[in-house]
Design a protein around this ligand. Structure first.
Ligand SMILES: Cc1cc2nc3c(=O)[nH]c(=O)nc-3n(C[C@H](O)[C@H](O)[C@H](O)COP(=O)(O)OP(=O)(O)OC[C@H]3O[C@@H](n4cnc5c(N)ncnc54)[C@H](O)[C@@H]3O)c2cc1C
Length: 506
């Protein structure tokens, strides 16, 4: 007999990346039940239309949804991403890499970074990321997906995707239709609450009224349910991350499609370049205290259109960095931009959508909402947001740039206590501890810290227990072998062509 306390109907408000990703995850989790899932998207409000770089967890999502990577890559004009290349962040004329996957491997149970640090004091000719397979591949525009049955020295790499956000929305919409998700194109005008304060009825522009047991707010920055109807407040993090604007535009495809995102520090912020199969996404993220929209547009056009023609007009997007005080409140969960926003420096927003929904389907509520379960859910997601925020602040707060007011500002800006503590610990012996909520691995932190030339005063004394002569000899061989094996793999573009052919055959 059906349990009367079960949730039978879910309404997802919004058909942007968050809406369709949430619907797909929910539909997959509930596919053997008779729960009704409905997505409402407005005919008047376009989705934000950016959000095209990801981190490797996107592959886990495809696996969860049982979507073939080959099919997805082909249909969303996706390219592979092995790393982010950061240019001019430390000072103008410098660059460093934040690769996915491992950098070197532990020796005698101690992180490779510590052994490299000791070596560095004797012979500074090796960069830390010289020992990253992803960097060896990226620098040569190569791509490779490791075959678990055939391990090589490139096997510890991992990859993410760059994709066309609107094609991803279409792809997921089709996926949802096949899983019996209802789609309504209509515009929310008003929301009724029940006496207890839960969301009860959505009033749509057409006159239609929609009741449901549970609501997922994917309405973007307007946060129409969690913010406007339920009045859950928003914590701004602008004191730590003062950039509040972006201008985005698309240009033609690059002649050579790199397997990485390019992030270049600019006068009043930074620019992204995201290569897709058929075009390139470009953007300039800036602080409006130092730069107006016209200046930002001019600067983006100048840099993005040097070797490539524009195919869209520049579009300005404003945002407030921060997060909702509670992501889940009563019978409403907020996902995507309605929850919060962290600038796309490490491509984490789509990951946070996925995390929010995968955590949610683990603790699906009943009609009699369980407060302790909501509290724990909110705590876990808060911890993730905080740890990502700290990682993003790190990219700025240790810069040596002083060429504009924007960069000088970072000398005096306060940083979160959690980041100060992490840096203090690191600066003594280079030790980093990973909390369960940390998205980014120790290697990621080491890569950015070293890229920004933040070094501990000394290496971990535990390193002195290892046979350093042997380790020293392996450095040169390892670096050369990685470079050579990477050079033997396919060009990124050839790999993409191979994927297209494989799709046609299947
Ligand atoms: C400049 C910038 C760059 C970014 N780059 C990246 C990146 O590289 N990687 C990454 O992971 N993330 C990135 N993001 C974040 C990413 O774009 C978003 O997390 C993602 O697109 C989710 O957006 P959304 O679906 O929450 O909101 P939106 O895309 O704004 O969608 C909102 C939806 O709500 C609907 N809606 C609004 N009002 C109503 C109404 N009254 N009635 C019915 N429906 C309504 C709209 O029609 C729309 O479908 C970036 C964001 C910005 C601003």
């Amino acid at each position: 007999m059906e349990n009367p306390d079960h949730i039978n109907s879910y309404v997802i408000l919004g058909g942007g990346t968050a809406g369709w990703m949430s619907a797909a995850i929910l539909a997959r989790a509930l596919e053997h039940t008779d729960a009704q899932i409905t997505v409402i998207e407005s005919p008047h409000v376009p989705s934000v239309g950016v959000g095209e770089a990801t981190i490797p967890s996107i592959i886990d999502l495809l696996n969860y949804l049982n979507i073939s990577q080959i099919d997805f890559v082909s249909q969303t004009d996706a390219t592979f991403k092995l790393a982010i290349r950061f240019v001019d962040w430390l000072k103008q004329g410098t660059e460093y890499w934040h690769p996915f996957g491992k950098i070197g491997s532990q020796i005698d149970g101690i992180p490779f970074y510590q052994h490299w640090l000791k070596q560095q004091k004797i012979d500074p000719s090796f960069e830390f990321t010289d020992f990253s397979p992803a960097v060896a591949l990226s620098k040569q525009n190569k791509f490779f997906i490791p075959d678990p049955k055939n391990p090589t020295n490139l096997s510890s790499t991992s990859h993410a995707l760059h994709f066309d956000a609107s094609k991803v929305a279409q792809y997921l919409q089709k996926y949802c239709l096949n899983k019996n998700v209802n789609i309504i194109t209509d515009h929310l005008v008003e929301t009724d609450l029940s006496i207890e304060g839960n969301i009860k009825t959505l009033h749509l522009e057409s006159g239609r009224q929609l009741d449901a047991d549970f609501f997922i707010d994917c309405s973007g920055q307007k946060a129409l349910l969690i913010g406007k109807a339920l009045r859950v407040g928003y914590d701004s993090w602008q004191d730590f991350l003062p950039v509040d604007s972006a201008v985005a535009m698309q240009t033609e495809k690059l002649d050579i499609i790199p397997p990485y995102t390019l992030s270049t520090a600019a006068e009043h912020g930074w620019r992204w370049q995201i290569p897709l199969q058929n075009r390139t996404g470009n953007g300039y993220v800036y602080a409006s205290d130092y730069c107006n929209n016209e200046e930002a547009i001019e600067s983006l056009i100048k840099h993005a259109c040097t070797n490539s023609k524009a195919i869209t007009d520049p579009k300005v997007i404003k945002f407030v960095t921060g997060k909702r005080k509670k992501m889940w409140h009563r019978n409403c969960l907020s996902v995507g931009l309605s929850t919060g926003f962290l600038e796309p420096l490490e491509s984490t927003s789509i990951y946070l959508i996925m995390r929010a929904m995968l955590n949610f389907v683990q603790v699906l509520p009943s009609k009699s909402i369980c407060e302790p379960s909501i509290k724990e859910y909110n705590r876990l997601i808060d911890d993730e947001y905080n740890s990502i925020r700290d990682f993003i602040v790190l990219h700025y707060c240790v810069t040596q740039r002083k060429d504009t007011k924007f960069w000088r500002m970072w000398q005096n800006l306060s940083i979160p206590d959690s980041l100060s503590e992490k840096l203090a610990l690191f600066k003594s012996h280079g030790r980093l501890y990973k909390n369960p909520s940390d998205l980014f691995s120790q290697d990621s932190w080491y890569a950015v810290l070293e890229g920004m030339k933040v070094r501990p005063t000394s290496y971990d004394p535990l390193v002195d227990r290892s046979n350093f002569n042997l380790i020293k000899q392996s450095f040169i061989q390892t670096k050369q072998a990685l470079w050579f094996n990477a050079s033997e793999t396919l060009n990124h573009e050839d790999y993409l062509k191979r994927i297209k052919r494989a799709r046609m055959v299947n």
